[in-house]
Design a binder for this molecule. Structure first.
Ligand SMILES: NC(=O)c1ccc[n+]([C@@H]2O[C@H](COP(=O)([O-])OP(=O)(O)OC[C@H]3O[C@@H](n4cnc5c(N)ncnc54)[C@H](O)[C@@H]3O)[C@@H](O)[C@H]2O)c1
Length: 269
């Protein structure tokens, strides 16, 4: 029930931009109390101003999710200030677009550290609290979390890892009344494209070439909110994500051919 989210504490990582920002607004609209985590101090301040102007109870927490000690302190701080956590949305993420042979291992590691270890650290710190509230852990994955995506070996490793971690966690916490939901999204119009890394770790700083439908962050946030209300285990978000999910399962080689036809440019970068 949507009304169940009123006054509940919702923790969102990567909250200062794109999908995370839109999720803060959507849960605030439901009357939730928003604990917003990001490493972007300026972005968080702007978010807090907007949330407050909409009358939402909120607090911001500057935190790099790859820093385990900082995550532990932040989650403890959130629980002390705001109470037990009802929903944790592991949303912070970055990708690279570069062939494996042309990508520094440090870049692959950075991408995996944010999406996978960031998720593990936040979930580890919050899980006892979430079990107490019979709440939900959410992971924002991607098509690269269940199928190959050329030029994103590190991103695919991070998102497949996130999916394996959270799908397995569900089997352990389900009996304690906690829920786990994975979101596998295709293209959302956010700052991710500009924040994508080149193989040497520098930001790409230009729009990437996309294939298929492009969702607005607000539309994506609405679908995610509805899926949490419905206690879904998984949300395949976007037409491209759904078509890829179906095709990769039924005919992986045809999926690869079509995916490569859209991503041929990665061989030229
Ligand atoms: N945009 C898409 O097309 C798309 C598609 C599928 C999945 N996703 C996933 O959605 C999530 C949100 O991405 P977005 O598209 O809104 O991108 P975005 O770049 O607009 O936002 C990402 C946010 O994460 C924050 N962040 C990055 N590293 C961090 C760290 N170490 N600690 C704390 N915060 C950190 C950034 O500061 C930023 O505010 C990501 O996990 C991404 O992989 C995006």
């Amino acid at each position: 029930m949507a009304e169940d989210f009123k006054d509940k504490v919702i923790v969102i990582t990567g909250a200062a931009s794109g999908l995370g920002y839109a999720l803060c607004m959507r849960f605030a609209q439901a009357g939730s109390r928003i604990a917003a985590i990001d490493k972007d101090e300026k972005g968080l301040a702007a978010l807090a101003e907007e949330l407050t102007s909409r009358g939402a109870v909120n607090d911001i927490f500057i935190c790099d999710v790859t820093d385990e000690a900082m995550v532990n302190d932040t989650i403890r701080d959130i629980i002390n200030k705001m109470g037990d956590i009802y929903v944790l949305i592991n949303n912070a993420g970055v990708s690279h677009i570069s062939l494996f042979q042309k990508t520094r291992v440090s870049v692959l590691k950075k991408v995996i550290d944010i999406s996978l270890f960031g998720t593990i650290y936040c979930t580890k710190a919050a899980i006892d609290s979430i079990i107490k509230t019979h709440g939900t852990v959410i992971g924002i994955a991607s098509v690269a979390g269940y199928a190959p995506l050329a030029g994103r070996t590190g991103y695919a490793a991070a998102k497949h890892g996130m999916a394996g971690f959270l799908n397995t966690l569900r089997t352990e916490v389900d009996r304690a009344g906690a829920k786990v939901m994975l979101v596998f999204a295709s293209y959302i119009k956010t700052n991710l494209a500009r924040n994508n890394l080149n193989g040497d770790g520098t930001p790409m700083d230009h729009e990437r070439i996309t294939s298929g439908d492009v969702m607005l962050p607000e539309e994506a946030a609405e679908s995610i909110f509805n899926a949490v209300v419905q206690e879904e285990r998984q949300l395949i978000l976007g037409e491209t994500a759904q078509a890829s999910w179906d095709l990769f399962r039924s005919d992986p080689q045809t999926y690869e051919q079509i995916m490569l036809s859209f991503n041929d440019y990665v061989f030229e970068e």
